[in-house]
Design a protein. Structure first.
Length: 279
């Protein structure tokens, strides 16, 4: 019976989304937002029905209702974890890594030798596993948020650097020749031609780095942290078999990551409105 009910819920959600997708395009923005909401509600409803009616142990998979109850009851704790991990660790490391990447990209743009040398090193460093680098930073900087910010800074540095360097080289030879005929030097050409042309590449790196920042901050807390933080809470809750608390932290991380990525995408749309990808 549980499988039948879940199938009915899935078919209903599928039918509603199909009607919305193939219906009149009077309000495309509202429909584009409504379709994923309906899909998410459908998945959660199926999850609730299957877990409840099949008697799945909450130690294996808690029901969405149990997760919601734990979320509401633990809002002060979740906020403290969010502040420690996201606001202090992830955001601080993101800003540091972004500024460092822009500075090195400008240096590499002035030096072909540095460009050829730093990109292979960047690819090598980006391939290093976080489980190997995080304990090192914890030993160097302690178990508080500073070590997590350092891990995040390293993780976001190279995606932003590689995309910025690639974007600065995206202009054509004819465009650069035209700027030279106007008597423009390096900095006017950079600010008025090459940097605007590089913005889509830069924002691509920034959006990739939003997810890396959250992952880096949370995973780094598994290797040492004070008695607060999302990674700390997840690891201790797993040991206590409190899976509803683990899922509550996952919900916070998912909401924070989606909001961070969405804010960056919205900012990109406002800044690069002239680019074909935003039309």
């Amino acid at each position: 019976m549980a499988i039948v009910i879940a199938g009915v819920i899935w078919a209903t959600g599928w039918w509603i989304n199909t009607k919305l997708a193939n219906g009149p395009r009077s309000d495309t923005r509202a429909i584009s937002l409504l379709i994923p909401v309906i899909f998410g509600v459908t998945i959660i409803a199926m999850w609730q029905v299957l877990v409840t009616m099949l008697g799945v142990s909450p130690i294996i998979l808690p029901a969405p209702s149990a997760i919601a109850q734990r979320f509401v009851a633990s809002i002060p704790m979740l906020w403290a974890d969010f502040e420690q991990t996201i606001l202090k660790g992830a955001m601080t490391g993101y800003v540091i890594g972004m500024i460092a990447a822009f500075a090195v990209a400008l240096l590499a743009d002035r030096s072909p030798f540095l460009t050829k040398g730093i990109l292979p090193v960047g690819a090598f460093m980006a391939a290093l596993p976080i489980v190997g680098t995080a304990p090192i930073f914890v030993k160097w900087l302690g178990s508080d948020w500073q070590s997590k910010a350092a891990v995040v800074g390293v993780m976001v540095f190279f995606p932003i650097l590689v995309n910025t360097v690639a974007g600065l080289k995206d202009t054509s030879a004819m465009q650069r020749d035209l700027m030279r005929t106007y008597g423009a030097g390096y900095w006017p050409t950079l600010l008025k031609l090459r940097l605007p042309a590089a913005l889509p590449f830069i924002f691509n790196g920034l959006k990739i780095a939003t997810t890396l920042a959250l992952i880096g901050a949370i995973v780094a807390e598994f290797f040492g942290s004070p008695t607060v933080g999302m990674g700390f809470r997840i690891s201790t809750s797993v040991g206590q078999l409190a899976l509803d608390m683990v899922w509550a932290e996952i919900v916070v991380a998912a909401l924070a990551g989606s909001a961070f990525y969405g804010a960056m995408a919205l900012f990109e749309k406002r800044v690069t409105f002239w680019h074909p990808s935003q039309r």
